[in-house]
Design a protein around this ligand. Structure first.
Ligand SMILES: NC(=O)c1ccc[n+]([C@@H]2O[C@H](COP(=O)([O-])OP(=O)(O)OC[C@H]3O[C@@H](n4cnc5c(N)ncnc54)[C@H](O)[C@@H]3O)[C@@H](O)[C@H]2O)c1
Ligand SMILES: NC(=O)c1ccc[n+]([C@@H]2O[C@H](COP(=O)([O-])OP(=O)(O)OC[C@H]3O[C@@H](n4cnc5c(N)ncnc54)[C@H](O)[C@@H]3O)[C@@H](O)[C@H]2O)c1
Lengths: 203, 203
């Protein structure tokens, strides 16, 4: 299985390669990617071997457009993953409004909230439904991915309901550790980790 | 200079060490950290050398509480960095409401927006001011860090104003590349990179 660290590097290679492609660069080598992104060349080569069968040619490297396509395929950008979002508060609304997800194959199809006043609204054509609908809707739409943007003390209760509804992967924004069975994947988002990088530059 | 990849790993070591400390584990080795976080042991050892003078003892490793303290000091959690936030929309409000930043030494002191209806509100005691106040306030409060949560087409114009106001580091959430002088650090946040990890687990 590929490590989470390689998985997080691949979108950065993809972004860099797209920029190269747009400025007409036909070929690109692992060395050039490593230099541009401050990474170790051996690591870049190893990462690329996950997504492509063709080894780069010694001097010239990979065809930019092919590598872009192979990374996109590997990361699942070409298929659409349908997700549900739980907790239509400030963060939930910002994620529902964000158009950058569709390009990566993420489509939030439906949202849920326990607050009566939020039910039956639509944000960017995404309907907000009551929690009582969660299980039947996730089953019917075969949704496997859930985004959690509720307060931390509510996150575990919401998670238990999601697991009963057949959810297999959770993107959790609430700052709390979720207890899930071993066949459920949880990605814990923590924006304050990015902040550590910023704050170090201020020292 | 430390690489951005090491900087992003350190908060994860910190989180793991805090959990160990809370469950009474007195000592921890680079090997244990590497196993728990699926990382390469040599890499973990190298990273730790940035934050601590004392090499771990061969069998037992580092004193957990000391290493926690040393990472916190290195990442600047013990001093308070004052920041301003520009663009009090959905995402801006979610960040103003988030209490996880204070623990990492980030205090958002003031917010700005161009929308008249948002001026003079307060979110968690943080006042929202008009853009005409940006330069005088950043100078007076000696703010060096700005968080940008405006739409992408407005982000460069906002950045130019921030640089004139003496800002040295920008945490940018708008999906666009900012042009800045070489002495200004920009951290480009992109939540869809985290999504790539989640979506790969759905394949
Ligand atoms: N990870 C990060 O870096 C980061 C950054 C900002 C916010 N957050 C977190 O994101 C979460 C949301 O923040 P926010 O500012 O949007 O909060 P908010 O209070 O504005 O929104 C929370 C929403 O969840 C709904 N809700 C509460 N309990 C529920 C339940 N049991 N079932 C369904 N819906 C429920 C509420 O009705 C509300 O609409 C919080 O946990 C916050 O700590 C995390
Ligand atoms: N990086 C990510 O993964 C991610 C996720 C969600 C949203 N976003 C981005 O974050 C940004 C904010 O999203 P949102 O949903 O909160 O949008 P929003 O429209 O709710 O909020 C934008 C705010 O910026 C203010 N604004 C606009 N132009 C301004 C200017 N020139 N000066 C000062 N204030 C100005 C508006 O008045 C509004 O209050 C967008 O760029 C969005 O694409 C990024």
């Amino acid at each position: 299985r590929i490590s989470i660290h390689t998985l997080k590097r691949l979108p950065r290679y993809h972004q860099y390669l797209l920029e190269q492609q747009h400025s007409g660069v036909q070929k690109v080598s692992a060395k050039q990617i490593a230099l541009a992104l401050e990474l170790n060349e051996v690591q870049v080569r190893k990462d690329i071997q996950y997504v492509t069968k063709s080894p780069g040619k010694p001097k010239t490297g990979h065809i930019t457009s092919t590598l872009v396509y192979e990374i996109e395929t590997f990361l699942g950008y070409h298929q659409t993953n349908h997700a549900c979002l739980i907790g239509v508060g400030h963060l939930g609304k910002a994620l529902l409004n964000y158009e950058g997800f569709l390009e990566k194959g993420l489509e939030i199809s439906v949202a849920f909230d326990k607050d009566e006043t939020k039910i039956d609204q639509s944000i960017k054509q995404i309907k907000v439904l009551p929690m009582s609908q969660l299980r039947p809707i996730c089953n019917r739409l075969k949704i496997q991915l859930a985004i959690i943007t509720v307060p931390s003390e509510q996150a575990q209760e919401v998670t238990d309901l999601l697991i009963e509804s057949g959810i297999k992967a959770i993107w959790n924004f609430a700052p709390t550790t979720l207890v899930v069975p071993s066949d459920v994947f949880v990605y814990q988002e923590d924006l304050s980790i990015s902040f550590s990088v910023v704050s170090h530059h201020l020292q």
